[in-house]
Design a protein around this ligand. Structure first.
Ligand code: ZN
Length: 156
């Protein structure tokens, strides 16, 4: 029994001594840092490592600098798309108002008054003097000479 205990102790001791030696010591001479939070990155990390490793804190929150940085980069483009979508929906609402108040055949003044901008279309074509601007649910056929516009349903 005595011998067995000694043996265990000896193994435990060895393990304790071994584990720190198995890991290469971290150094920070290269001065690399996380591109998102600025936390230093050890020189021993692979060359392509540009962000902290993903980790989970005691509250279970996942910290992922690579993903956060990526999100930050793509944010402005997402905003442009959201603005574009919002503008299209707004134009759609304005066209509905024009149809209710003025019918489907209107002047440029009416379009201007309702802030319907033909250049903000989703698609545009020009056919024998008639410009066709496509919007959500509608297309507007414009006669630039007469300055008149015909609103038609547009389903695609
Ligand atoms: Zn980081």
């Amino acid at each position: 029994m005595q011998f067995f205990n000694l043996k265990i102790q000896s193994i435990m001791k060895k393990k304790k001594e071994q584990s720190p030696n198995n890991l290469p010591e971290k150094t920070y001479k290269l001065g690399r840092a996380c591109l998102y939070c600025g936390e230093p990155i050890e020189d021993q990390a692979r060359a392509t490592k540009t962000h902290c490793s993903r980790w989970i804190d005691k509250f279970g929150v996942i910290h992922d600098c690579k993903r956060k940085k990526h999100k930050l980069k793509t944010q402005p483009q997402e905003d442009i798309l959201l603005d574009f979508a919002a503008r299209q929906r707004e134009t759609h609402r304005q066209i509905l108002k024009v149809l209710t108040a003025h019918g489907d055949y209107v002047s440029t003044e009416i379009l201007d008054a309702y802030n319907i901008i033909l250049a903000d279309n989703l698609g545009f074509s020009f056919n024998s003097g008639i410009a066709v601007a496509e919007f959500l649910g509608f297309k507007i056929l414009s006669n630039s000479k007469l300055k008149t516009h015909k609103i038609e349903p547009h389903h695609e």
